[in-house]
Design a protein around this ligand. Structure first.
Ligand SMILES: Nc1ncnc2c1ncn2[C@@H]1O[C@H](COP(=O)(O)OS(=O)(=O)O)[C@@H](OP(=O)(O)O)[C@H]1O
Length: 268
């Protein structure tokens, strides 16, 4: 059984002092790589400054929400941040309500700047803006709202639902990363497979997106998400047939911002 020194490691200050040097980050990752997701989360509650959970209520994020509910008092649980692109499926919005009820958590929702509804967004940028410029679309609906969320809520560390077994750019995902804005990103389930996640969800009766019963596995916006066939990768239905595999949230922030600069011209 893990002792309290597993979570409260005297080698690292509590909370950690930022910025982290490369050496400290490497030694934290060496320690976290030996722990279960539950113990990584317990360690994070002790050591990570101003911790939140950024979630689209995918299966992996739901596992983290459920694990935290089992060992952390409600007031100690990281606040949830949902970036509402305005183009999620109705089933995703329904799931958020299920999660709020089941776990008695508040969800901080951030939308594209100045937009409450799809109509607001389309008046500003036109219909099907993602077809015109996918990266700028991502920047407007996720990257910029995330930066706003982190500033308003004073977030210095965020739990994500990414896993190495999702492949692509995630194949060598470490437990803890520092992005180029200085944000600490914790990936507590970095070492779990899809099967591990599915088993946990079933064994713990965790609420899940109703679309999963229809053949979807990873769910984002309705216009870039499709069902996957048996045996296909879990994220094969995201931007299917395109080279794109990430939404921008986990890309280089400054690159996304520079690419999106031309959006101001389109919108004006
Ligand atoms: N809209 C939105 N709001 C808040 N957080 C979000 C959002 N989209 C992605 N994420 C975060 O990225 C994790 C991986 O998501 P995905 O595999 O769906 O990929 S992608 O980011 O959309 O490309 C995802 O993991 P989950 O918590 O399992 O959803 C989140 O940590």
């Amino acid at each position: 059984m893990a002792s309290s020194s597993t979570f409260n490691t005297p080698d690292f200050p509590s909370p950690l002092r930022l910025p982290l040097s490369t050496e400290v980050l490497a030694s934290i990752n060496a320690h976290l790589s030996t722990l279960s997701p539950q113990d990584i989360l317990k360690w994070a509650l002790v050591h990570l400054p101003n911790l939140s959970q950024t979630t689209a209520f995918g299966l992996t994020g739901l596992v983290a929400i459920d694990m935290l509910s089992k060992f952390a008092d409600p007031s100690d649980r990281p606040p949830l941040i949902f970036l509402d692109t305005l183009y999620h499926f109705p089933e995703t919005y329904e799931l958020i309500e299920d999660v709020r009820r089941r776990y008695n958590v508040s969800v901080h929702v951030f939308k594209p700047d100045g937009c409450e509804t799809v109509t607001d967004f389309e008046q500003k940028y036109g219909e099907r803006f993602w077809e015109l410029d996918e990266n700028s679309y991502d920047y407007l609906v996720k990257v910029e709202p995330a930066q706003k969320a982190y500033q308003e809520l004073d977030v210095q560390s965020a739990i994500t639902g990414r896993r190495a077994s999702q492949g692509g750019a995630r194949a060598s995902l470490p437990p803890l990363e520092v992005d180029n804005t200085g944000l600490l990103k914790l990936n507590p389930l970095f070492a779990w497979t899809f099967k591990d996640v599915e088993n946990y969800i079933n064994q713990n009766d965790v609420p899940r997106n109703k679309l999963l019963a229809q053949g979807y596995r990873s769910v984002g916006d309705w216009h870039s998400t499709s069902k996957v066939e048996e045996g296909q990768d879990e994220r094969a239905g995201r931007w299917a047939g395109k080279s794109k595999t990430e939404c921008g949230l986990h890309e280089d922030y400054f690159k996304m911002k520079a690419q999106a600069a031309k959006v101001a011209i389109v919108a004006s």
